[in-house]
Design a binder for this molecule. Structure first.
Ligand SMILES: *Cc1c(COP(=O)(O)O)cnc(C)c1O
Length: 450
């Protein structure tokens, strides 16, 4: 029911999928010249070691001893658990396994990269990190990681989440972080959006622009990103590498691997070490990336070069995108409200190695409630998307009478999302789906391949 690893079984290396992609990754472009970016351009913004990892094609990259020790403090190795009660309830012949990334003190997988980034920043003498946060999971993880390595941090939190989730803000402040609602008065880009709408709900795209501006206008400050980029996905592979060892212990191998996708980091974390097997040995494992219907990056977006932020400050990334001006509806899965997705994952979707699914908010909470009632764990609204897909796969296995092994990433718990659960229980939850006109307009903002 529960497969545990010893502390000394935490992997020594992260896995870098850039060494095994079926095609080379299209490079990030300088938005002015539309030519490939020089990695030196990134060094003013990001911690240097992260820039090195961003462009590295080395297959395995060593996890520093200090990072492995910090991983132990935050609960690694995490358990791999089997959802036997859920299986019984669904009358499925399938086995459902899930990886417990919710055991981290801040409640999600995000500490896996926050710790690595804070450690490298500390080593390089950086004094402060700026970042954005949506639901607050990333901000919480970076607040914890920066206090572990004696750094300061400033977090731009999308205003809708800042108002919906006051306890997330308090958690970050306990760890010593400065937390501002975005758009804020702290940056010129924030003031511009506030002028347009004093009650602007904010978006991850705007918050990224603010955190970048803050970084660029202060020496000793670097910017830190919680998803999308290669080095972030790299750090998350500790999840899948542990899971592989856990499956080896019980002589199992997953037939289906599922994760929810905001920027793609927890999906990549659990999936990429297994995707290597699919690319190299042509294993028949299916990979399913799950997104909300309200932000249909893969299912309705374009595979094209686009900005990573709304303020048009970032390099252009070749990715699936619904357009950088897209105003996502205020769904409770704040971590899934990003307009784009990681370039490596986008390429794998484009090449057909990863399949995609999209769900509405109400069906996702229904699945989360069933999971909570059967397994006793309350999923984060983001995670609930993966739960929904796992349940669908288990039902499919029942209909086909197949004994499949299903694996999904339990990316985080929902203890800070009880307001969303309250709305669901009281039947007040909005079922945002697409207003086609709105997405058509935002798709036009995509900066196409030159
Ligand atoms: C942030 C977050 C996500 C989405 O981000 P990815 O980079 O796509 O993983 C998913 N689940 C939880 C619990 C999160 O905090």
């Amino acid at each position: 029911m529960k497969i545990l690893l010893d502390i000394d079984e935490i992997p020594n290396y992260w896995y870098n999928i850039l060494s095994d992609l079926p095609k080379p990754l299209p490079p990030p472009l300088n938005p002015k010249t539309k030519t490939p970016l020089n990695s030196n351009d990134l060094k003013r913004i990001f911690v240097e070691e992260c820039v090195k990892q961003e462009v590295s094609t080395q297959r395995y990259i060593k996890i520093p001893k200090e990072v492995r020790e910090a991983y132990i403090r935050v609960g690694r190795p995490t358990p791999l658990q089997r959802a036997t009660k859920l299986e019984e309830t669904l009358h499925t012949p399938a086995k459902i396994f899930f990886k417990r990334e919710d055991v981290s003190p801040t409640g999600s997988h995000k500490t896996n990269t926050a710790i690595a980034q804070a450690y490298y920043a500390f080593k390089e003498g950086v004094k402060r990190l700026t970042t954005e946060t949506g639901a607050g999971q990333w901000g919480s993880a970076l607040s914890l990681a920066t206090t572990m390595f004696n750094l300061k941090t400033t977090i731009y939190m999308t205003r809708s989440s800042y108002l919906q989730k006051p306890y997330r803000k308090i958690l970050m402040e306990i760890f010593g972080a400065e937390v501002l609602p975005s758009p804020s008065n702290n940056t010129s880009i924030g003031r511009k959006f506030l002028q347009e709408d004093p009650n602007h709900p904010g978006s991850l795209g705007i918050a990224i622009s603010e955190a970048l501006e803050d970084c660029l206008t202060h020496e000793d400050t670097k910017y830190s990103l919680g998803s999308v980029l290669n080095h972030v996905l790299l750090h998350q592979t500790v999840i899948g590498l542990e899971t592989k060892k856990q499956f080896e212990q019980i002589n199992e191998y997953p037939d289906v691997i599922i994760g929810c996708v905001g920027g793609g980091s927890n999906f990549a974390g659990i999936a990429y070490p297994f995707l290597r097997d699919k690319i190299k040995e042509e294993t028949s494992t299916e990979f399913i990336a799950v997104e909300p219907l309200a932000v249909p990056t893969f299912t309705k977006g374009l595979y094209a070069y686009d900005y990573g932020d709304t303020g048009e400050m970032t390099p252009l990334l070749k990715m699936f995108t619904v357009g950088h001006i897209y105003k996502p509806p205020p769904i409770h899965a704040g971590g899934l409200r990003y307009h784009g997705a990681a370039p490596s994952l986008s390429l794998l979707v484009k090449e057909g190695l990863v399949k995609v699914k999209a769900y509405g908010q109400i069906e996702v909470f229904e699945a989360a409630k069933l999971f909570a009632k059967t397994e006793g764990l309350i999923p984060a609204p983001e995670t609930a998307h993966a739960v929904k897909a796992a349940i669908e796969e288990a039902i499919k296995a029942r209909k086909e009478k197949k004994e499949k092994t299903i694996l999904f990433n339990f990316s985080g718990h929902g203890f800070f999302d009880l307001q969303a659960y309250q709305e669901y229980l009281e039947g007040r939850l909005a079922n945002y789906t697409l207003t086609e006109g709105k997405i058509e307009k935002s798709l036009k903002s995509v900066v196409l391949e030159p």
